[in-house]
Design a protein around this ligand. Structure first.
Ligand SMILES: NC(=O)c1ccc[n+]([C@@H]2O[C@H](COP(=O)([O-])OP(=O)(O)OC[C@H]3O[C@@H](n4cnc5c(N)ncnc54)[C@H](OP(=O)(O)O)[C@@H]3O)[C@@H](O)[C@H]2O)c1
Length: 111
């Protein structure tokens, strides 16, 4: 249903929030990294399928972000949610390319 309606939108875009743990193992977060790795591959897969139909797909790969989820993490620097949101907007505007900003990676291409 999503794909059949997508042609009515001029610039359809899917942004998947993944994690640096999608591509690198984080100690004591094995199951989280495994699920994020699967989501990374799903993102790359739908990117191949949907971009043929004009739907852009961008994966966002943040490091630690200062949210409720990471409240127990105190030993590392955490990005602010606001900076992540800004970086996501910049990544979208930058288009279909790998984009590095602080500890965030935006991947339009395979990484
Ligand atoms: N924080 C980090 O360090 C970090 C780093 C890398 C990637 N990420 C990713 O960023 C994304 C957002 O995380 P966050 O840091 O913003 O975490 P967060 O502040 O804890 O927020 C998690 C959000 O997910 C919702 N949620 C949780 N379980 C759900 C469920 N079963 N069904 C529907 N909604 C559910 C929560 O809704 P309620 O408020 O209603 O419970 C909340 O809005 C996640 O995919 C996370 O893996 C986070």
């Amino acid at each position: 249903m999503f794909c059949s309606n997508s042609g009515k939108n001029t610039k359809p875009l899917i942004v998947n929030i993944l994690s640096i743990g999608s591509t690198a193992f984080i100690k004591r977060l094995g199951t989280y990294c495994a699920s994020k790795a699967a989501a990374h591959l799903l993102t790359q897969s739908i990117k191949q399928d949907l971009e043929e139909k004009g739907i852009k797909v961008i994966g966002v790969y943040p490091g630690y972000v200062n949210t409720e989820m990471s409240q127990d993490v105190t030993h590392v620097e955490k990005a602010s949610p606001e900076s992540v949101a800004t970086s996501i907007c910049q990544g979208i505007e930058a288009g279909d390319q790998i984009y590095l900003h602080q500890n965030h990676i935006f991947a339009g291409h395979k990484i």
